[in-house]
Ligand binder design. Structure first.
Ligand code: M6R
Length: 614
């Protein structure tokens, strides 16, 4: 989703802004722009589409941009108004003296616009953001102080925003503020940065201040001043970012998604370090702060998440209920937040999020926290807004995930749920210890099994070529792999734009079977376990309607050869852990189909890596 970079210092600003935006590029965007100050004037450059287009524009103005030492940059993911040049940020006021960039959504922009138009403001774009530019400029005209104008304007805004503002009258100052959207200030040596996320500035500094909601920061090359919404100066804490500057490199892979799929064995090994020592030792989760007493008496859990994280949560439900005998509800965050939920201080609420910034999930956990629930966050970003709300944390340690389609972070979330379920079951003594021992053993060897799949991708590639031109795809599974069917279908939809749907196999005959004929591929996730024979029967039902049948299976039964048109074999694995194995060929199948179709695999149309608007 949108990204912000700001800089004030002594270096030529354009390269810093463009490079910062490049580090955020993976999040998904459809236009970009920068505003720079050369001490006299503010100049704005924008482009539709990829950053390369902005670089081309900047190249044409090489001579006039070299002296600028302060500026703001933005990549935009369209919400209000199409992805056009006029709607791209930065936006300005009537006189063009003020420029700003914005992440988030201003919910009351229409009301504000009506009043500003009465004052004579002329709007050029369809964005909510332009309203903020006119609003701050209007207030500035009265108070003649940029920081004060930003503070007073922020009080009139409803919704979510991270704002980075510059003004011609302040050639050495950036003013930034935020509410319900991430923004941090990086402190360099004689220079200051603002960014919506760490990768944009990590090359330059590891010292940063995470702004809290409604705080306003005033950045000059050699000073940082932060005030609260009442205008009072506040002390701030400089944190050392737990990041190394990583080159976002594909390491020889054609796409980040393929690289990230291949990283999954090491991601699992990494997450187990320090948590799972031997099959005899209890699981250690140092940042889970639930007391043993609370855990023993816990009888209700709610898990909230979106998209792929929601699918990980569904596996979490299955495994926690099986191991711990605790009732678990799973709900999309966007549904959770607009109804009366039965959530209280006796409910453990688990938020799952790769980015830790997803607006719906963040709102949901804040609501649950306000009701007194213990909040446990499973995230790939221990420095995120969600992690900051957490009473307990499980960092999934998957490393930065660049591809918009989540792969390694999903597997890491699923593994985190196994660890959590085993951890709770050991405390509650809720399942035979031998089951947990088997699980621990399986967890330790599962990376090798994934490596076996990754070493033999030819069958999946062939299957992808055969089915790449299908218009629709159905995935069926039951039990613990039903979420795998949903996730496999989501992966295919996201990157190939093929209409793919996951169904519980038993539901096929209650409606979806009407769609089956010889043009419809049906992929059955047929893993050994309590529903194996049931899925076989459901596959037979599909076969009887002439559907093309693909099996993803760890079975070597001969009879499958007659039933299925195509078989993707995976290594044997315990039923409970089979989702970790089954998802890998589905990620690869989606990848190879999209690649075969020539799609933009890492940055699919309309999608953003981190969805910071509701
Ligand atoms: O960062 P989060 O895990 O909270 O993001 C949730 C979804 O937006 C995300 O999983 C999305 O569905 C991905 N594109 C999946 O590939």
């Amino acid at each position: 989703m949108c990204g912000i970079v700001g800089y004030v210092g002594n270096q030529p600003v354009v390269d810093i802004l463009v490079d910062g935006l490049k580090q955020l590029e993976y999040r998904g965007y459809d236009s970009s722009g920068i505003a720079i100050s050369d001490g006299n004037d503010i100049k704005i450059y924008k482009a539709e589409g990829k950053l390369q287009n902005l670089e081309n524009v900047l190249r044409e103005h090489r001579d006039e941009i070299q002296t600028a030492k302060m500026g703001i940059g933005h990549i935009r993911w369209a919400t209000h108004g199409a992805a056009t040049l006029l709607n791209a940020h930065p936006h300005t006021c009537n006189c063009g003296k003020l420029a700003l960039v914005h992440n988030g959504i201003i919910e009351n922009f229409k009301e504000l616009k009506v009043n500003l138009e009465k004052e004579g403001c002329v709007f050029r774009s369809q964005t909510d953001t332009e309203v903020v530019a006119h609003l701050i400029a209007s207030i500035y005209g009265k108070v003649k102080d940029l920081t004060e104008a930003v503070r007073l304007a922020a009080q009139k805004l409803e919704g979510a925003y991270a704002l980075c503002v510059m003004h011609k009258d302040y050639p050495n100052t950036l003013v930034v503020t935020k509410r319900n959207a991430p923004l941090l200030v990086g402190i360099g040596d004689g220079e200051m940065f603002a960014a919506s996320d760490v990768p944009a500035i990590i090359k330059h500094t590891k010292r940063a201040v995470y702004l809290a909601d409604n705080q306003i920061a005033v950045l000059k090359a050699d000073s940082l001043n932060i005030i609260n919404s009442e205008g009072q100066n506040i002390d701030y804490k400089v944190e050392i970012l737990p990041w190394e500057p990583v080159a976002l490199s594909k390491m020889g892979y054609k796409h980040f998604m393929l690289k990230e799929i291949h990283e999954q064995p090491d991601v699992i090994r990494n997450i187990l370090v320090g948590k799972l020592h031997t099959t005899d030792d209890p699981v250690v989760l140092n940042e889970v702060k639930l007391t043993r007493e609370t855990l023993k008496h816990l009888n209700r859990i709610q898990i909230i998440a979106c998209g792929t994280s929601l699918h990980a949560a569904m596996i979490g439900k299955y495994i926690i209920e099986t191991f711990c005998g605790i009732a678990v509800d799973v709900e999309p965050s966007s549904e959770y937040i607009y109804r009366r939920t039965v959530t209280d201080e006796n409910t453990l609420v688990i938020g799952v999020s790769q980015s830790g910034e997803t607006a719906d999930t963040l709102t949901a956990i804040k609501q649950a926290k306000a009701k007194g629930s213990h909040i446990l966050i499973i995230t790939n970003r221990p420095d995120s807004a969600m992690a900051r709300e957490a009473d307990s944390l499980i960092p999934v340690s998957a490393g930065i995930e660049v591809s918009v389609a989540a792969t390694k972070s999903y597997v890491a979330q699923v593994i985190s749920f196994y660890l959590l379920a085993i951890y709770m079951a050991e405390i509650k003594d809720s399942i035979d210890a031998s089951v947990l021992k088997t699980m621990k053993n399986e967890l330790m060897i599962i990376p090798q099994k994934i490596e076996q799949i990754l070493a033999h991708k030819e069958v999946i590639q062939k299957c992808a070529r055969e089915y790449a031109n299908t218009k629709d795809f159905i995935y069926i599974a039951r039990g613990i792999n039903y979420p795998t069917a949903l996730e496999g279908a989501l992966k295919l939809k996201e990157i190939s734009y093929i209409n793919a749907t996951g169904y519980p196999a038993g539901e096929l005959k209650h409606g979806p079977i009407a769609m089956l004929d010889e043009t419809m591929p049906v992929l059955s996730i047929l893993m050994h376990g309590c529903v194996y024979e049931k899925i076989l029967s459901n596959s037979e039902e599909a076969k009887a309607r002439n559907a093309k049948l693909i099996a993803l299976t760890n079975s070597t039964e001969k009879k499958l050869d007659d039933l299925f048109d195509y078989i993707i074999h995976v290594p044997e694995v315990h039923e409970y852990l089979s989702p970790v194995i089954a998802i890998v060929p589905l990620q690869l199948l989606a990848y190879y189909i999209a690649e075969f179709l020539g799609k933009d695999v890492d940055q699919p149309r309309n999608l953003a890596k981190s969805v910071t608007v509701e």
